[in-house]
Write a protein that binds this ligand. Structure first.
Ligand code: ADE
Ligand code: ZN
Length: 324
């Protein structure tokens, strides 16, 4: 099983590029940009990555992202992630980025975009890894700030396939961004949203009805609402589940308690993803292995997670066919 998983061709649909910032690169960039970090060493940073819930992680994650200043920083970050994709047999990846985390600090939208786009083009050329980019609005910020960010994205439609919603789920329901998503859909962006990670199942329903999402990011709280589980199966709404993330952020206590295998066997379009691998202790292969270790799953079931991700990706059908 282990060697089967290692070489299984994979597609990642839920990874925050800022969440791939390994402490080694964080220290390098902090030095390059003369930014002080609250950790004495790489080891101390890793040791500090102990989280009790989503917010306790987000505080550390936004702090780490402050070392990202220049176009080259965003290039280096993205390139390092693509090299990890190569190791993990990730053939295609759809990457989230949080422009507001950077524009709020005075880093230009253009700087963020230019670095990421250049790395993705190199990834395509040199590593044969295809990719798409999804802009996430920070849901703890205002609707107005999201509208401003959407306006900035309009001149990058060639590079940004969709928009999403991330950051603190509790207290910031999908409804808050209904009008922003309406405008984004009208402009031709696809939509996704984090929903039912630690927030209620109703956020999943609302993301589908109000934000017209093509996929639900996480969605594991659907189990609170059996009728919703059946509907998700009926409409084959993809869930981008992040097993190691859910354990680190204590959504489930142990991997054996996770519901993704139950959901798969119930006929849902479940996929496996890494979320913020530098903070949660693992990239794609690690997430697949963690699931296989905790459950009596077959190779066919593990392959189904990959097949679902190909189907749920934002690639055109002819590109999907090449991955199968
Ligand atoms: N931003 C980065 N990772 C996230 C997660 N797991 N949930 C919400 N926002 C995030
Ligand atoms: Zn996420």
């Amino acid at each position: 099983m282990e060697s089967f998983i290692r070489t299984l061709p994979k597609v990642e649909l839920h990874v925050h590029i800022e969440g791939t910032l390994e402490p080694e690169l964080m220290f390098q960039l902090a030095q390059r940009n003369q930014i002080a970090l609250p950790y004495d060493s790489v080891e101390a940073a890793r040791k500090a990555y102990q989280f009790t819930d989503l917010q306790s992680f987000l505080d550390v994650y936004y702090l780490g992202a402050q070392v990202l200043q220049t176009e080259q920083d965003f290039y280096d970050l993205t390139w390092a992630y693509l090299l990890r994709c190569q190791q993990d047999h990730v053939m295609h990846t759809e990457i989230f980025f949080d422009p507001q985390t950077h524009t709020q600090r005075g880093v230009a939208f253009q700087t963020v975009m230019a670095g990421i786009i250049r790395a993705l083009a190199d990834g395509e050329q040199k590593l044969e890894i295809s990719s798409r980019l999804i802009l996430c609005f920070l849901r703890h910020l205002s609707e107005e700030a999201a509208f401003e960010t959407l306006a900035q994205a309009m001149s990058y439609q060639e590079y940004i396939v969709g928009v999403g919603l991330d950051s603190s789920e509790k207290g910031h329901p999908p409804e808050k961004f209904r009008r922003v998503f309406e405008q984004a859909l009208h402009a031709g962006f696809l939509t996704v949203a984090h929903a039912g990670e630690e927030g209620p199942a109703s956020n999943i329903r609302d993301a589908i009805s109000m934000l017209r999402v093509s996929r639900i990011d996480h969605g594991v709280q659907c189990s609170q609402d059996p009728e919703l589980v059946q509907e998700l199966a009926d409409i084959q709404m993809p869930l981008t589940v992040c097993p190691l993330s859910n354990i680190k952020l204590r959504v489930f206590e142990r991997m054996a308690d996770h519901n993704l295998v139950d959901l798969l066997r119930h006929g849902l379009c479940v996929t496996i993803n890494s979320d913020d691998p530098a903070y949660f202790g693992g990239y794609m292969t690690d997430n697949f292995l963690a699931v296989a270790h905790a459950f009596a799953v077959t190779k066919e079931e593990m392959a189904a997670f990959s097949a679902h991700a190909i189907r749920a990706s934002f690639l055109p059908d002819e590109e999907k066919a090449k991955l199968q």
